[in-house]
Design a binder for this molecule. Structure first.
Ligand code: ADP
Ligand code: 5GP
Length: 193
């Protein structure tokens, strides 16, 4: 069986990563979404073990010390990281895996898996990004300002990615990411034949 492939999806908070990933998962059974671990508090409606594994700092640091995280980062005073075991198992089972993580994590993943594909979801403008974070209604004013400050630093890293997809029209952005995934998958199959 051909091993699966890792796709890393990054972009500033509010760019539409979660919305795009949800659409991709609904339409392709061979995709799995990595569930990250975080020390941030759950937002209303977020489900444990589906959106994140929500843990205390001590539990996160313990797993980190044991080498159980493929990558990790600190963002807006909280830890975020990718549990390694699930990724290794899914790749072996042939699934394509999406990791929705920031650029610090993306570059750590590329160090471990040089064949992974890095996709950056770009908002059409900073004004639209702010409108989307506001419209989502999940962040306090202070948290929103922090996320907007982080956004510029994240956008500055986008030229390190294999692909940049502007999420202006949602359907078009989903289609573009789907095309990229198919193209990269076909490439793996052709070099394995
Ligand atoms: P992220 O996961 O990158 O933080 P979300 O997927 O939560 O972003 O999207 C932020 C908000 O923007 C959500 O309310 C979502 O419905 C909305 N959104 C996503 N893509 C678009 C788009 N192309 N046009 C308009 N609104 C969008
Ligand atoms: P949020 O708090 O909005 O869910 O996520 C904040 C930021 O952390 C986003 O940029 C998101 O992509 C990133 N993130 C989520 N999970 C992980 C992870 O496991 N590792 C890293 N490095 N970043 C993550």
């Amino acid at each position: 069986m051909t091993e699966g492939k890792l796709f890393v999806i990054s972009g500033p908070s509010g760019a539409g990563k979660g919305t795009i990933c949800k659409r991709l998962l609904e339409s392709d059974e061979n995709i799995r979404l990595s569930v990250s671990m975080t020390t941030r508090q759950p937002r209303e409606g977020e489900v444990e073990s589906v959106d994140y594994f929500f843990v205390e700092r001590e539990a996160f640091e313990r797993l980190l010390q044991e080498g159980g995280l493929l990558e990790h980062n600190q963002y807006c005073e909280n830890y975020y990281g990718t549990p390694r075991a699930q990724i290794v198992q899914w790749l072996r089972e042939g699934y394509n895996i999406i990791l929705e993580i920031d650029y610090h994590g993306a570059f750590q993943v590329r160090d471990s898996y040089p064949d992974c594909v890095l996709i950056f979801i770009m908002p059409p403008s900073i004004e639209e990004l702010e409108a989307r974070i506001t419209g989502r209604g999940t962040e306090s004013d202070e948290a929103k300002q922090k996320r907007l400050q982080e956004a510029l630093g994240e956008i500055a890293q986008s030229d390190q990615y294999d692909y940049i997809v502007v999420n202006d029209d949602l359907d078009a952005a989903v289609e573009r990411v789907r095309e990229i995934m198919h193209k990269e998958e076909e490439y793996v199959i052709s070099i394995n034949q």
